[in-house]
Design a binder for this molecule. Structure first.
Ligand code: NAD
Length: 439
């Protein structure tokens, strides 16, 4: 086992020492014992996706969910029950994630809160020495993504982002084919989010439900009063808390598009248009959105382009796939769906190869846990997650301002546009304990 930081070293050494004194095991046997014990883990944010994590974690023998954390006490109780119903020991419950992070025995946390909590919670967890599985998009804004990378590296922890397609076998196979030149040089990749969503309607502020600690839910984000069409689940359509549907379902496909294009840095130019075309309600992000990203460095990769399309009012799928990708190469095309495998076409649309498949969580957990045990960077390492989330944030900024952004990929700054550049960061609630340093 590779010991990746001082805290792990101390924890492993303490475990090994205990084993030596109690059963007189050799150091090698003690180390093996430390590896074979289920890893103590926690789930922070037990809503829709948190429950998917709980169900998957509860079925594994290599982890034990020792803590569940949610600021909604009803959801918290459901989460704990899911674990005991699966025949596993009762986890501890809390509404305050700091209690989880203070428990030295917890080795890894799954963070499935709304987006505005991802960065602050992940940075606090990393600084407490925990390995982190954080949902996508990794941060609420571009600056937080950078700070998350720094937190992972300074603490030597594994930080995996919840874009599970990175560990999905048929997606990995398709990416390998693209990188091996199966459709020639991939110059353009398209990502689309085409589905039908309900309107949020229009609401007025009210008192929050008694089961919800709304103050803790808002946390370090800008305060706005509770109203019923703000949460749960639908906060993603509000700027203080989410990143729009491009950052929700869209970021999965954007990540795959960037991966297939084989670009490992931020783009140079970003254009975007969009708005609320189909509904007239309280939501603050477009239901219709088109973003174009361009990497234009001929000396390294040649010019490449990524196109994102979103129509949140479509009662039909696009090109055979609800959410999907198309890769356009100089010799062929590959089309990939979130739930429907991929097809590779050659010249004159001749079907050359295809595979079935759908995204799934367990291989992504396997990859995360293997990296914790053996070291190494996970498939959706925070740096990859940050690059894909950056496309979400830049696309949203371009759409908000309706102009093309020139981006400095190294400085992570919009060039000659102070208004757009100010949105690389967000504002925070003054003096909140979870505001990360350096924002
Ligand atoms: N990887 C995937 O396929 C996938 C799918 C769906 C959602 N997600 C991601 O999962 C995250 C959660 O989405 P959701 O749909 O479950 O939202 P949700 O609103 O249903 O759940 C979020 C939960 O976090 C809780 N929460 C808020 N602040 C908290 C805090 N400080 N401490 C503890 N709990 C807190 C809320 O009370 C709520 O129960 C989002 O980032 C989303 O993008 C990922």
């Amino acid at each position: 086992m590779e010991i990746t930081n001082r805290r792990e070293f101390l924890a492993t050494a303490a475990t090994a020492q205990l084993a030596v004194t109690s059963i007189q095991a050799s150091p090698a046997e003690a180390a093996a014992d430390a590896v074979s014990k289920p890893l103590s883990v926690a789930v922070i944010g037990c809503g829709g996706m948190g429950r998917s994590h709980l169900a998957t974690l509860a079925g594994r023998e290599d982890v034990q969910v020792t803590w569940v954390c949610d600021v909604d006490r009803e959801r918290l109780a459901t989460a704990a029950k899911m674990i005991t119903d699966a025949g596993k020991p009762q986890p501890k419950s809390t509404t305050d994630l700091r209690e989880v992070l203070a428990d030295e025995s917890v080795r890894a946390v799954w963070i499935a809160t709304p987006d505005h909590w991802h960065g602050p919670a992940a940075i606090l967890a990393a600084d407490a020495g925990k390995h982190v599985y954080v949902e996508k998009p990794c941060g609420h804004n571009l600056r937080e993504g950078r700070l998350m990378i720094e937190a992972a590296r300074r603490n030597g922890i594994v930080m995996q982002v919840g874009t599970q397609s990175r560990s999905t076998a048929h997606v990995r196979q398709a990416m390998q084919l693209l990188h091996d030149g199966a459709i020639g040089e991939v110059l353009v990749a398209k990502a689309w989010n085409s589905q039908r969503r309900n309107s949020l309607g229009r609401q007025q502020p009210t008192d929050p439900p008694a089961v919800l600690d709304y103050d803790a839910w808002v946390g370090p984000a800008v305060w706005q009063p509770y109203q019923a069409n703000l949460l749960h689940g639908i906060w993603r359509f509000w700027q203080n808390y989410g990143c729009g549907d491009i950052g929700n379902d869209g970021v999965h496909e954007i990540d795959i598009a960037r991966w297939g294009l084989d670009v490992d840095r931020h783009p140079d130019r970003v254009a975007g248009l969009g708005g609320l075309y189909a509904v007239d309600d309280d939501q603050q992000y477009p239901d219709t959105q088109y973003c174009i990203y361009e990497w234009s460095t001929p000396e390294t990769v040649g010019t490449k382009q990524l196109i994102f399309e979103q129509r949140d009012w479509s009662p039909y799928v696009q090109e055979g796939h609800e959410n999907g990708n198309a890769f356009y190469g100089t010799k062929g095309m590959l089309v990939l769906g979130k739930k429907s495998g991929w097809q590779l076409y050659g010249e004159r649309n001749k079907l050359v190869d295809q595979a079935e498949g759908s995204f799934s969580l367990p291989p992504h957990y396997d990859n995360f846990l293997t990296c914790i045990r053996d070291g190494g960077r996970p498939h959706a390492d925070i740096e990859e997650g940050h690059r894909s989330a950056a496309l979400v944030h830049l696309g949203n900024i371009a759409c908000r301002h309706g102009r093309t952004l020139m981006f400095d990929p190294v400085a992570e700054a919009v060039i000659d546009d102070s208004e757009a550049n100010a949105e690389i960061r967000r504002r925070y609630r003054a003096d909140h304990w979870a505001v990360p340093a350096g924002v």
